[in-house]
Structures are given as structure tokens and as C-alpha cells.
Design a binder for this molecule. Sequence first.
Ligand code: ATP
Ligand code: MG
Length: 909
Amino acid sequence: MRRSAAPSQLQGNPFKKPKFIPPARSNPSPNEEVTKLNSDIKLSEVAANKNTFLQSQNDSRICSFNLPTEESSRGINHEDHYREKYCLEASAKTTSDPHHTVHLAPKEITVSKGQEEEPDSLVKYFSVVWCKPSKKKHKKWEGDAVLIVKGKSFTLKDLEGKDIGRGIGYKFKELEKIEEGQTMTLGGKEVEVMGIISPDDFNSGRCFQLGGGSSAALRSSQAVKKCFSNPFKSVCKLSSKENRQKSFQNCKPRHDPYAPNSLVMPQPDNNHQWMFSKNCFPVVDVVIDPHLVFHLRPHQKEGIIFLYECVMGMRVNGRCGAILADEMGLGKTLQCISLIWTLQCQGPYGGKPVIKKTLIVSPGSLVNNWRKEFQKWLGIERIKIFTVDQDHKVEEFTKSPFYSVLIISYEMLLRSLDQIKNIKFDLLICDEGHRLKNSTIKTATALISLACEKRIILTGTPVQNDLQEFFALIDFVNPGILGSLPSYRKIYEEPIIKSRQPSASEEEKELGERRAAELTCLTGLFVLRRTQEVINKYLPPKIENVVFCRPGALQIELYRKLLNSQAVRFCLQGLLENSSHLICIGALKKLCNHPCLLFSSVKEKECSSTWDENEERNLYEGLMNVFPADYNPVMFTEEESGKLQVLSKLLAVIHELCPDEKVVLVSNYTQTLNILQEVCKRHGYAYKRLDGQTQISQRQQIVDGFNSKYSTDFIFLLSSKAGGVGLNLIGGSHLILYDIDWNPATDIQAMSRVWRDGQKHPVHIYRLLTTGTIEEKIYQRQISKQGLSGAVVDLTKTCDHIQFSVEELKNLFTLHESSHCVTHDLLDCECTGENHTGDSLEKFPVFRNCQLGTHQQKSDSLKPVSMSQLKQWKHFSGDHLNLTDPFLERIRENVSFFFQNITNQTTAI
Ligand SMILES: Nc1ncnc2c1ncn2[C@@H]1O[C@H](COP(=O)(O)OP(=O)(O)OP(=O)(O)O)[C@@H](O)[C@H]1O
Ligand SMILES: [Mg+2]
């Protein structure tokens, strides 16, 4: 029977066709195959064992994929480069084995109630094509589908995972005997069986991904298509033999690949050469500029190899995107600069450069940081970069032949999109690219519309917290690799989410885990994340302190008044509108920072026209009577706020004991920053300030000014939410978090500004919390499981997204006046806050009964500390004798409790 082909047949159905084997690997030895399979299994196991697709990205091991170490990279680079494809080839093998017989049904297939239970432990899966029944000889097949046969029933699913046919009560023998090539009518559709699908391929979801992007399908179908298009085309283009010889003679590596410590990129395999080598140029080693290699950390070398392989299409055939999701401060910028500089000057085929122009899009505050980093690592001569701002328009870049790199902010990009679209960029880098996680926002649609194939997203944020956002990022760098959004939802998202519901059956759990593992395996080829641990050894010690400050008398009185307000009482009875608890929380937080902030808010509200109808009236009623009659917020005193008192003393002692060191002072509120700024003025401390209002064009200048060793600044006032992302503030070695955010990511972002590569001094972090108040509760939420699930490190998640039960609100709206530290009370620790024995803090390996381990512990990764980790931190009450830390000693009078942890303790403080 002749017939027109269904989509799968046009592309090459991997479930029917024999596996495509690249020329160089036509006869893999049995051992090699075993290794590959093992590698696949290991990979899946890691993901599955971790039981989570979410967590796996946080594990630096998972996405590293046997990247060569510094020592081994030279050797490995010249071998055929297959290691990264183990996973793919292994999948291809399982799917294409023509000898697959019918498999015993895995237990994950449920038998729905009422269905006949006959020998349907046998579940079989087939790839089929289908059409409406007709008597025509030449069938016009309408689509590919997956046929699932179980006992006397069957289900037909299209490649988006949707059911398109179901039937029950068939003669058992008919369904039992289905074999390849057979046609039959099932549920009103004519179906031809194309091949058998293994339970493994069904459970992993690979069988649905013909065109979309299953690893196996991608490799085979695309490679086949490209390879056999016209293999001789390029050869014929050569003008003459002499010309060819001449140009071949010039094909030399730009740098000596055999020099000691050289960093050589992996050579493309035969398949790649077959597809991409224009004019059959000889393969030349691509060698990273030794000038750069000299500075690179081992993880950065690996990162560059990873990026190179991705953008060259060596990891996933025909796909040139990558996500570099290294934790903050690991030098993603330098890795990209090295890649750009290399590709701009070199290439594997005849040494010809791979790219001409690069577009870097970054948050406005980082545009100049990119320029500086280029200059830092490559000087001003090697590469000409152009940054777009008010005075330097994209046209200038277009007109000048000198520039090869354009750096632009996301905002400017939108404004100049038309001009940008007219430029042919060969490489696109999106810094802090997690903002593209919503593909419908303008910036994302603008960037998606650019023709450039080689795309890199840089982000310090794990990208797998939300499966739809994850899809958007993956689909941006490698469009279509996960299929369409609807099919992704059906095949991956739904089973994965279902498997995580407490009510999930064993089968659902197993299926969800398999799909998650497959997704991790597929995307892990072009997503790389390493954690802070990889650079810890290059960083100075970090002394982290959580400081519980006693509230001032006025603060306590006002706090009580607020808690007794009608607004809070209504909240606790669930009587007020949804957002009213947020107003109460906001007022308590302000009060913790300083009573004068609350005073100003109430005054402002009193004058506002909405005051009468407003719930705030219920909250603020009678509050003014608590303030002294002549209270003037401008004349605020430090004594009125416990934290401000501690801060003031802390600044004084740092100034006195470390005159060469500087302080980064962080708050999330502009009004609080105003108070802190006033404190600086009163004490005569020179300062710089960066917040949401700071002009983008001035930001880098302010940062540079502060970081400069000639700067006289003592303090950098930073609004972390407004401008913290990506900044380098290594000029400061003391960082004080004046207030706490619901989202631990905001604080972690801020901390990472100073404890990063280039920091010369030991870093001291002080997190100030007002004892017994809502600040402690927020902190507890950060470190408890509740805070950790879901939006761990997503900066866009704010308090508004958090749902509170009445119980939780009750807890939030309680003031613990008699406790030294409610957080410690919750730790179930037997100590009385007296455990510090008086030895130097730095050398404190003593095992105390309240500790789970010795003092030093591994919490280096940029994750919020957990309750149990906190318990292992050294801790003591403020009135404990013999505080040997001179900074803590000076502030103890106003402090009820301390927690302290030292990382990288070995180096002397
Ligand atoms: N190999 C290196 N040697 C010395 N300093 C380095 C090295 N690599 C990076 N740095 C410096 O480390 C700092 C952090 O680098 P970078 O800004 O690229 O981090 P990042 O990974 O982009 O972090 P974030 O996610 O916070 O943006 C920069 O000052 C950079 O110059
Ligand atoms: Mg960065």
C-alpha cells in the first residue's frame, strides 16, 4: 500500500528507523556502549534519587557532566568528543532497538476502576500513524500517535500527550497480536503500527518528542537531514587546488596548544565536521588566549569549555544555546568574555573566527560593569566594545566597523529594537537572564524576535523552581527543544506536579520522577550550575553574625499599642480584607527600624484624604499619644531604636579598629536609608549611596569610587532590592544588613556583593534583628522549611505572595518581651547561652552539648542557613562574659543574643 507520509516519517521516526550513528562511531565497542548506558543510568539516578528536579540544579555535580578537570582537559580535548552525549546515545539506543519485544507492564500503569482486569499486567506501547478510516489505497495519514494497549482496552495519545482515542472490550487476541506494519481500525480511527515503544521510553516521555526535542530524536533526525543534504556542495566551491593548499597552510592555531597550561577547546567530532566544516578546512585547535588562562580558576576553564561546546552545537546537535547558572560571584562575566574573545578570533575550521558581533544585554546597573570587566581582563586594545546610553546610540555602533561587542540594558534594548534587529549578531548573552522566565513580557518577546542562534543566559538564580518559567528559559536558548508549551505541560509538567502531591499514588510518583529525570537529562546538557564552594578556597574568611538587638523603650510601647489595635485584632479573627495583614506587618517592620518612620507614616496618613475609610486608621488609632508630645522625627535619636544603637556602636568600632576597611550598609527601604545616611552625617562618616533613584549612568561610577583604594568613603549605603544584583562591592569588607526581607534571596544577593573574588580582607557580615519582634519571625521563616520551599532564591517573590494562616498571623503578631532570643528558644538547644568558653572565637573546635557537630561546618553554598545548621553555629547571650570578638564586645550592651559562624577559618582573621 502506498501512502503519503505522516510527520514522523518525514523526519525519520526514531522508533522505527535504525539508530543514526555518526560516521566516526559506526562500531562502538560493547564496552563503550556499556559505559554510555551506565553514565545515563547514573545521571538519571542522581536526579531520581534526589527525587527532584528542583533540587538537582542546586547540586553542582549534576550538570557538570564529566567536564575535564584542569589537568585532564589537555588530554581529553584531542579525543573524539563524545562524553557529553552519553545520555543521548543511550536513549537513542533504547528507543531504536529493533529487537525489542513486548515488555511486561511496569507497575506504574494504573487500572482504572471498573476496567476488566484480565491479563493486563501486559501493557504495550506502540508508535503509530493514524487517519480517519477510508477505503482509499493512498492513505493520507494525519498524525503520529502513541498507542497504549492494556488487556482489552487501548488509549491513543497524540504527541502532545492528549488522548485522541480510547476503547475497551476489544477481543483480547486482537490487541495481543499487534505487530509492526499492521493496520487496524481502533476507536473510529485507522491506525498503522510503526514500531514498538519500550515502557522506558513511554515513562520517560521520550516517545512523545519526535519533532520537539527528545535527545534521541534530535540527534538522529537532524543529523541525518543535514548530513545527507549535499555533502559535496562545499568542496565544489573551492576555486583551485593551489588556493586551497595555500589557505590550508595558513590554518594554524592562534596560540600554542602544546604550551604548558594551555587551554584547548575540544575538537568537533566527525559528525560536526561533516555538518559544519565549510570548504573542508582542516580542523585547527582553538586555544584560549594564555593571557586569560593565566587568571582563570579551574571552574572557569570548565565553564568556558561548556559554553564553547554549547554554542558550537557540539552538545546537542543543531542547538546552540546555553544557560550558565553559576552561583553569584563565580565570574560568569569572565567566562563569557573569554568565550567571546576566543570565538571572535578563532574557530575549529581552518582557524576561521566563528563570530563577528556579540550582543550583551544586562540590567542597566551592570552595563558599565561589563565594560570594566572587558578592560580588566583584555585591556582596551584587544577588543572594541560599545556601551549604549543616553549619549551613545546604537547607530554609532552600526556605523563604525571597529566595534564587535554591543552592551545594552534591557530597557534600552526595547527602545532601540528596530536598529538592533537590523544588525547581524552572532552571539547573544543575556545577563541576569532569569527575567526572561516569563516569555510574554516585552523584553522576552523582543529578544526572542532576534535572529541570533547562539544564545546564552547568565543567572545566579537556580532556574528550576517553577516548571513553566523553566520552560521559558530553556525555550529561549534552544527554541523548540522541549516541544510546544502544551505538550511540555502534558508530558512533563503535569506528571511531575502530580507526583509531588501528597495524594499521589506510587505509580504517579514513579512516572513523575521518570519524567523529571528525563527532563533534567535533556536540559542538563546545556545548563551548568556550580556552587560557591568552588571558589571558597580563593576567598578570605567570612564571619557571619546574627545579632539580636534589644528594642528601645519607646519601640516596645509602640509595638504593644500596634498589637492591641483593632486592625490587628480583626486580622486575627480573619475579619479584614486580604491585604490588611500586610499593612500591619509593614507598620511593625518600620517600627523595628526606627519609631520615627512610623511617626512619619501616621502623620502622612492623617493628612491624606483616604484616611477616614482606611484600615490604617484602625491600626494607628491612639498611636500618636505614645510618642512624646514634642516628638520630631527629623531629630530622631539612636536610643529610640535598638538596632540603630547597635549599628552606631558597630560603625564606631570598625572605624576605630580597622581604619582601612569599609562598610556596606544595606536596607530595603529608601526611608530607612535616609535615616542611616543621617547617622553617617552626624558622625562625619564619608559615604556613597546607591538606591532605586540613582541614575543608571552614575551607578558604576559610584561603585568604582567606593571600591577605589584611594577613596575616603567609609560607608556604602545600598538598597539591595533596587540595585544590588550583580554589583561588585569588594571595597567593603563589613556588611551590615539593617533589615530583613521575607525572601532570603534578597539578603544573600547583598552578602554576595562583598564576599567574592578580589576581596582582600576577612569579611564580616552582621544581620541585625530586633529581639522578640516580627523580625525574628521573618528570620525564622527564612530558615525554616516553609521558607525554603518554593521561591527560595527568586528575587521577584515578595511578601505579597505569601499566604498566612490565622495561626501564623497570631505568631507574627506576638511580641516576646522576656526572651533573649526566640529563635534560640525554638532550636531545642539545651544550652543557656553560656557556651562560649572564652577561647578565641576563630579557633573553637570544642564540641558542645548543644551542637550537632564541631564549630566549623559546610554551609558555604549561597543557600539560606537552615534551622539545624543554625544550631551548629556558635551562640551565646549578650551578657556572656569573655567575648573575644572585639566588634561584638563593643556592642554587647544592647544585644541580647548572638549567633556566629566562620567560613574559611583556616586563614587568620
Ligand atoms: N579568575 C578570577 N580571578 C580574580 N578575580 C576574578 C576572577 N574571576 C572573576 N573575578 C572577579 O570576581 C568578581 C565577580 O565576578 P562576576 O561579576 O563575573 O560574578 P558573577 O558570576 O557574574 O556574579 P553575579 O551572579 O553576582 O552577577 C568580579 O570582580 C570579577 O572581576
Ligand atoms: Mg554577573
